[in-house]
Design a protein around this ligand. Structure first.
Ligand code: PEP
Ligand code: MN
Length: 317
């Protein structure tokens, strides 16, 4: 069937009238009434070549301490306290998050605090307790490395090394971490664009480390009611732009424990490959980030809820 408009010969405007009606570009030249070809801008190659899905269509699966993150692997849940406060606190946290179904244990030994007067972490001693918690529970461990001087120590002991939001563009640190080839969890800087975030990942990839997991943890906007603004569309976009796994940290993104369950469900709905959730045995007593930390019972209920409607959680649980 013809899709041409039904215009009888007599209704048809004359050639000169057609030229007048047509936009300038169409009217110019022969065959004036023909539709001009639409010029499609050629998509420029993204500057983040190695992180781009354009050159690597299959989703990357990063293996950290025996846990697969990304691709068709199940949803990975990393949980634990913001800071490691004592041997007892991290061991208790490990047992509780493991019982609830977490796949990995987090805990900060070196803390990047906004104020130099706030608790800065217990350092190497805390790292030792984190290793002990892995030995007892079998959960692979995640901790942040703050500076180049601790890279060897942290890389030797942990399964997934976190680069915090404040360090996303610390290129010397990224280059050094690239050389370790250890899995890296690269948090998005609070004011970083998606391109800047992917270019930070590019430092790790170009430096020879393919084991990169991205983490959206909220960005700074005009809104102050929540600690940050969770960029959910950004997560969906990065999943399209890049083959790297993307997880979401609803704790730092919201700053409020009451919002963590809803933000977690939203993250799963937009296709996140995992969640990083702060859980403390007694949030009211936490030395850092207590307001956004979940009580272990609430965390267990959240995973139960997620399990009920996301078959991906069962992949690991
Ligand atoms: C943290 O995970 O405790 C942390 C400090 O996170 P961020 O770097 O996202 O602020
Ligand atoms: Mn924290």
């Amino acid at each position: 069937m013809s899709t041409r408009p039904m215009i009888s010969r007599s209704d048809r405007p004359s050639a000169s009238r057609r030229a007048q009606l047509a936009p300038r570009s169409i009217a110019a030249g022969r065959g004036a009434a023909r539709v001009a070809p639409i010029s499609v801008p050629v998509t420029p190659a993204p500057p983040f070549r190695l992180a781009s899905r354009q050159f690597h269509p299959e989703s990357t699966v990063v293996r950290a301490g025996g846990v697969s993150i990304g691709g068709s692997a199940g949803l990975v849940v990393i949980a634990g306290p913001c800071s490691i406060e004592s041997r007892r606190q991290i061991l208790e946290s490990a047992r509780r998050v493991k019982a609830a179904g977490a796949n990995m244990l987090r805990g900060g030994a070196y803390k990047p605090r906004t104020s130099p007067y706030d608790f800065q972490g217990l350092g190497a001693k805390a790292l030792g307790w984190l290793v002990e918690a892995r030995e007892e529970t079998g959960l692979p461990i995640v901790t942040e490395v703050l500076s180049q001087e601790n890279v060897e120590l942290v890389a030797e002991h942990v399964d997934l090394i976190q680069v915090g939001a404040r360090n996303m563009q610390n290129t010397a640190l990224l280059r050094k971490l690239a050389r370790t080839k250890k899995p890296v969890l690269l948090k998005r800087g609070p004011s970083a664009t998606i391109a800047e975030w992917l270019l930070a990942a590019e430092y790790l990839l170009a430096g020879g480390n393919p084991n990169v997991v991205l983490c959206e943890r909220g960005i700074r906007t005009f809104e102050t009611a929540t600690r940050n603004t969770l960029d959910l569309a950004g997560v969906a976009l990065v999943k399209q732009l890049s083959h790297l796994p993307v997880i979401v940290d609803p704790s730092h993104a919201t700053g409020l424990s009451a919002l963590v369950p809803a933000a977690s469900r939203a993250a799963v709905a937009v296709g996140a490959d995992g969640l990083l959730i702060e859980v403390h045995p007694r949030p009211a007593e936490a030395w850092s980030d207590g307001a956004q930390s979940l009580d272990p019972a609430v965390f267990a209920a959240l995973l139960e809820d997620l399990r009920a409607w996301s078959p991906r959680l069962n992949g690991h649980a």
